[in-house]
Write a protein that binds this ligand. Structure first.
Ligand code: ADP
Ligand code: MG
Length: 338
């Protein structure tokens, strides 16, 4: 909502000029699912008839979700990536997104790279920006994505079954290592060598939404979610919603060299509680193992079987290679935890 009026003689000034310069990409063909894009009171989307709309919002707040000096191009990427990751977790296909943004000032040299990072990812997934809102205020970015999925095909948190295998995609924990480096946490500075740091920072700043994998899993996997707050904390959402338990096999968690080089307590912090990875955590029946490997290959995303789902509701166990219980140290992220 805006109280500003557009000056007829100065189309490039103020709020509307800013939108036109950075967010309204005239002349670019919209994909067929967009009947009307930016410029009217509403955008009009045309989902495939018979499909369901999948909708998700995520807000990024300066000082809470990103550092004030973050590269604006990386921020544009990440703001959309975390939203697309939610579509991926449901097995949905992106249709478009809206951007509500509060800016302290109309700074073109900041907005330009921000929009470049944002649109590079949007274009890669044929997910156009169809509208939004722009206001002055402390930097705050809220994106809503719209996707579509066939009825009954969305992977819900409550669909895990006892006996399912438990999987994670890609690599977890590196975003947390980067965060601890940025915070200059002593153990991170001590154990993470300098050459491996840029790749870790990249993992935190530019997560990859696993959209192709998510769509390939739909119909094979039972429950799924994307890991934003830490593997253990997010797994507990599945356990609670499904009324099941789980066993994580410590040795089978995927580890990059940088993580494997950490003492175990810090490995646990990163692998079990590291947020911001945006990998998919999912369960699937053992009969789906071969099909899952084909799905992973087709979507060029690795998957790792890391444990199983049990009938013991709410019970989460971590087992070592000898089958002995290990304590789960620490906990996952919660904005309102005391
Ligand atoms: P209204 O007052 O009717 O809500 P606005 O004046 O806020 O509309 O916005 C004008 C048009 O620009 C609308 O189509 C809106 O969706 C779009 N818009 C505003 N801000 C953004 C933004 N940050 N990104 C994309 N589109 C935007
Ligand atoms: Mg508006």
């Amino acid at each position: 909502m805006s109280t500003a009026t557009r000056p007829a003689d100065a189309p490039d000034a103020g709020e509307f000029g800013l939108i036109a310069r950075h967010f309204q990409r005239l002349g670019l063909a919209n994909p067929s699912q967009v009947a009307l894009g930016i410029g009217d009171d509403c955008a009009l989307l045309a989902p495939t008839p018979g499909s369901q709309l999948a909708i998700s919002s995520d807000m990024l707040v300066q000082g809470r979700h990103f550092f004030p000096d973050v590269d604006p191009a990386a921020l544009g990427h990440k703001a959309l990536a975390v939203n697309l990751s939610d579509l991926a977790a449901m097995g949905a296909r992106p249709l478009g997104f809206t951007l509500a943004i509060a800016l302290p000032e109309a700074n073109d040299s900041w907005l330009k790279p921000f929009a470049t990072g944002l649109f590079a990812l949007a274009d890669a997934h044929a997910c156009p920006l169809v509208g939004g809102d722009t206001t002055r205020g402390p930097l705050n970015i809220c994106i809503t994505v719209f996707g579509e999925v066939l009825p009954g095909m969305a992977m819900r948190r409550g669909a895990a079954q006892a006996g399912d295998d438990l999987y994670v995609s890609g690599q977890v924990g590196e975003a947390r290592m980067a965060l601890e480096l940025r915070r200059e946490t002593p153990w991170a500075l001590e154990h993470i060598d300098t050459p491996s740091r840029p790749a870790l920072i990249e993992r935190m700043d530019r997560p990859t939404p696993r959209l192709a994998l998510g769509q390939a899993l739909s119909g094979l996997a039972h429950a799924a979610l994307d890991i934003s707050d830490g593997l253990v904390g997010d797994l507990r959402h599945i356990l609670r919603a499904s009324g099941v338990g789980a066993v994580i096999d410590w040795a089978s968690l995927p580890r990059t060299g940088a993580i494997a080089a950490l003492p175990e307590v810090h490995q646990q912090t990163c692998l079990l509680h590291g947020g911001d990875d945006y990998e998919l955590l999912f369960t699937a029946p053992a009969t789906a193992r071969d099909s899952l490997l084909s799905a992973a290959q087709a979507s060029q995303t690795s998957i790792h079987r890391i444990g199983c789902i049990t009938a013991e509701s709410g019970m989460l166990r971590l087992l070592d290679a000898a089958g002995q219980d290990r304590p789960i140290l620490g906990q996952s992220f919660d904005h309102f935890a005391t």
